[in-house]
Write a new protein. Sequence first.
Length: 320
Amino acid sequence: MIESQMQTKISSFFKSAENDDEDDDLSFWEKQEDDIINTYSRTRPNPNAVSSPSNTQTQRPNNTTYAQFHLDFGQSDFLLRACPTCGMNFTPGDPHDDKSHTQFHKSFTHGIQFRGWTQETVIPLPTLQSGRILVVSETAPSSHRKKAQEVVRMMEIELGSEWILHHLCKVYLFVSLHRIVGCLVAEPIKEAFKVVSASLDSVKKRKVKPCSTTLQFGNVIFQRELQKKVASVTHSERMEGALFCHSEPTAAACGIRAIWVTPSNRRKGIATQLLDAVRVRKSFCTGLELEHSQLAFSQPTSAGKALATSYTGTGSFLAY
Ligand SMILES: [Zn+2]
């Protein structure tokens, strides 16, 4: 007998809720005191049904003629949504989640709030008209390094996680209106490779195996760009492409590991000013001011290639 009741209940899953017989079956299901929480909503109220708080919470006005069941077993991602801009997972309609997302979204798009430090290492940049650029190295106070790590975690949302920062890196922060709106991570390197060409079409035709980041064709090294996790499809274009480099290395001192500007502050020249700050004397290399062409770029995205080309004034910039 129990078996036949259960069978009816399951079949009602897919049938119209307008049928009175079906409503009776649903009522039976509703009155069961099971451990499973019943959160379905019906399209037509049954006057005989026992209402429960869970029913009223999930009821929504629509014209569908089918009853919908959700079985909430307490799964953590039951109603989670990912913001296409900042990538944060949250439950829309949950006041706490909505507030957290709003705060994080603003930090991501406009920059993390920053009150400044009493002992900042400011890079003097004559071309800087507003804001200031700070540098944080491994010898900086832990509070400074923690702030830099917080910014790098923001960068990782678009550039991929757990590869950007290591202990030899110097982190350059662009501060404007009490927010950190841009960040550049530089590392000491010994050699880099001059780019030969960067044709997207010709690269795609070669069907490179995805197991390695570097392949060599004769005297030319083919460097495949890492496909990084991105928060939005609109960013995917920037993640495509590859570089052809000379196989003969060139001596280099400073590698631009990653550079990132918050979405609402792009196209304001902030990336260029961060690059200028790296070249300043006593900034990255003690006692040595670097030329534009002496900066090398690590695995640049399409946007990074455009920046490197315009900044160095040549398509044959250094990559590593
Ligand atoms: Zn968001």
